[in-house]
Design a protein around this ligand. Structure first.
Ligand SMILES: [Zn+2]
Length: 69
């Protein structure tokens, strides 16, 4: 089972190696995570970087957390 983000405006989705809870958390706190990413030399987990990139690309769109079996 994989979880990911789907943009309802663009009808595109990505699936990431993490849980639904983590994805909801990141979506609601993307602005915080972006700040952390800027100031952390080690960077963030891969799923977080990829997730943030998706959220950046779809700012102002309707993003939902989806699951694929
Ligand atoms: Zn979009």
């Amino acid at each position: 089972m994989q979880h990911g983000y789907k943009c309802e405006d663009c009808e595109t989705a990505i699936f990431l190696a993490t849980t639904r809870t983590e994805l909801s958390w990141l979506r609601d706190r993307a602005h915080v995570a972006r700040e952390v990413a800027k100031h952390s030399s080690g960077g963030l987990d891969t799923w977080m970087m990829d997730g943030l990139e998706f959220l950046n690309d779809h700012q102002g769109h309707s993003i939902v957390v989806v699951v694929r079996r």
